[in-house]
Design a protein. Structure first.
Length: 201
């Protein structure tokens, strides 16, 4: 992404938005889903056989696949810093996904008049003002990182790692598995195979 191509006012707006959103999530949000992730990660680190029996103080249970619980041990290791790390990673993931989508913009279209970096930055700026994205950060959800993984796999280079990202996303939440079927329908069988391999492993 060519940052110099992005208008100064848009860069400043993004900085203000990112700082404001991260500060709100860090200081005023309970990040309920993050607490569930950490609960699952703690169960793995403790060697518990009751991953789906443990509950948080509000009575919620862990509902993700076991592989997700292994990944979530990272949040346990980060401690309270995870409350800041997750939203920062989520914003970066959303920005990268926006950039990948912006690369697909038809140069002859209305959006094609602007540099792709500007289109991606504009997408990120609007997203950070919209309720669905703010709510995702507010709850401390991992959805935006999974979004990036799927978009990277579908729109990135035809590499094994990109196919594997789709499979890993499906291993955390089953919904992204639908994109493996899409890869098959697009006859991108190598990427589909990498996705299935990553999911199985």
């Amino acid at each position: 992404m060519a940052l110099r191509a992005i208008p100064v006012w848009l860069r400043l707006l993004l900085v203000v938005e990112i700082v404001a959103v991260c500060a709100y999530v860090m200081l005023a949000s309970d990040q309920l889903d993050l607490s569930i992730y950490r609960m699952g990660g703690t169960a793995v680190l403790d060697g518990s056989d009751d991953l789906y029996q443990v509950t948080d103080p509000s009575g919620l249970v862990f509902t993700y696949p076991p592989f997700a619980a292994v990944l979530f041990t990272v949040f346990v290791g980060l401690g309270d810093a995870s409350r800041l790390v997750l939203p920062i990673l989520s914003v970066i993931a959303l920005g990268r996904a926006g950039w990948l989508v912006a690369r697909q913009v038809d140069p002859g279209s209305m959006l094609g008049r602007w540099d792709r970096s500007t289109v991606a930055a504009g997408f990120l700026a609007v997203s950070l003002l919209s309720e669905p994205y703010v709510a995702t950060l507010d709850y401390g959800q991992i959805n935006l990182i999974l979004l990036w993984a799927v978009v990277q796999g579908m729109l990135g280079a035809e590499r094994a790692v990109n196919g594997a990202l789709v499979g890993l996303a499906a291993a955390v939440k089953l919904v992204p598995a639908a994109f493996v079927l899409l890869l098959v329908l697009q006859r991108r069988l190598r990427l589909a195979a990498y996705a299935v391999g990553a999911f199985v492993v």
